[in-house]
Ligand binder design. Structure first.
Ligand SMILES: [Zn+2]
Length: 330
């Protein structure tokens, strides 16, 4: 809290605050000092000084002095805690969730290069192209640092908890996870975090996962490859397949289904070929629903036990994958 508080106080200008409260001042001597009538006591001759560089005030009339927090306590007759809450509210940045998630995604992106274990994980999953990593804005959540970063920017603890970025204990929700931003209409609506350890592989923030991944880039393509995971998407992108999108799971939400149906096209369903058959079962069901809407479908059959990611990681190449696309049956 001590460091948060210092950051918070440094971020808020006492002079700006006073001027917002219609305090009239003139420069006094050196460049950083201003003087005006004291807002804390009645006076005719100005004796209230503000040092803008130090962010402190002192009144030679009533003897009061201190920082902005102290000024709010005295002028509004509030306790220390109440003053803090008041200032937090006054200075809170706009709280559009997309803006917050934008900050979060940028922060995680900046972390990625600092954690060799994260880059190592990406390599293991076949992702090595820096252009891809930048383009998809892939980041890393080390855990334990997001809260400090965002509260220093003025976002309230409550808001961060409401968005699911902090858990009920106030800890970062994403811990040791590779993070992909999920967008809708160019705005980030959710984050997908893939654990680089063993626990709880997949995690989203609460709320909608948005539409199909990077749909804006493929929506006019006559043929679209649909995969279920972001690592599947990423290796295909890297192998040169750009008419690919991802449903972030085998169950499509209404928005995603609508997107696939909004014009005539052929969908290449490329779900996992897992041992229990759940990927292929989901693929069949989706094909029926799409066909009922007049959308052509093809089933891309990967070798047993594989998904597009493992196909490429285990040495498959673009030419071999193209052959699978050509062999795909309705
Ligand atoms: Zn005074």
């Amino acid at each position: 809290m001590g460091k948060d508080l210092e950051n918070f106080k440094q971020r808020l200008s006492l002079l700006d605050y006073l001027q917002q409260q219609n305090w009239v001042a003139r420069p006094a001597g050196h460049g950083h000092e201003f003087v005006g009538l004291c807002p804390l006591h009645q006076e005719i001759r100005p004796s209230f000084y503000v040092n803008a560089r130090k962010n402190l005030f002192y009144c030679h009339g009533c003897g009061q002095g201190g920082d902005l927090l102290r000024f709010v306590q005295l002028s509004r007759h509030l306790s220390f805690r109440q003053s803090l809450a008041y200032l937090e509210q006054q200075s809170a940045p706009p709280t559009d969730p997309a803006d917050v998630l934008e900050q979060v995604a940028t922060f995680y992106q900046q972390q990625l290069d600092r954690y060799p274990e994260a880059l190592c994980y990406l390599k293991q999953r076949g992702l090595h192209d820096p252009a891809l990593i930048r383009e998809l804005r892939i980041g890393y959540a080390p855990g334990g640092s997001l809260r400090r970063h965002l509260t220093a920017q003025g976002y309230s603890f409550d808001l961060l908890q409401r968005l699911g970025l902090l858990n009920s204990k106030g800890h970062d929700a994403f811990y040791q996870r590779v993070v992909f931003p999920c967008c809708r209409g160019g705005r980030i609506v959710n984050l997908y975090g893939r654990s680089i350890g063993v626990a709880f592989a997949h995690r989203f923030l609460p709320g909608s996962k948005g539409g199909l991944y990077t749909w804006e880039q493929v929506q006019y393509c006559p043929e679209v490859i649909l995969v279920e995971g972001l690592f599947d998407y990423a290796v295909l992108w890297q192998a040169g397949f750009r008419h690919v999108t991802c449903s972030l799971g085998t169950h499509l939400n209404a928005c995603q289904f609508q997107q696939l149906c909004d014009r005539p096209r052929t969908i290449y369903l490329t779900f996992d070929v897992d041992a229990n058959g759940s990927g292929q079962q989901a693929s069949q069901q989706l094909a029926h629903r799409l066909q009922a809407q007049g959308i052509a479908t093809r089933h891309v059959l990967l070798p047993d036990g594989q998904d597009p990611n493992s196909f490429f990681v285990q040495g498959g190449d673009a030419q071999q994958f193209r052959s699978l696309l050509e062999a795909a049956q309705p």
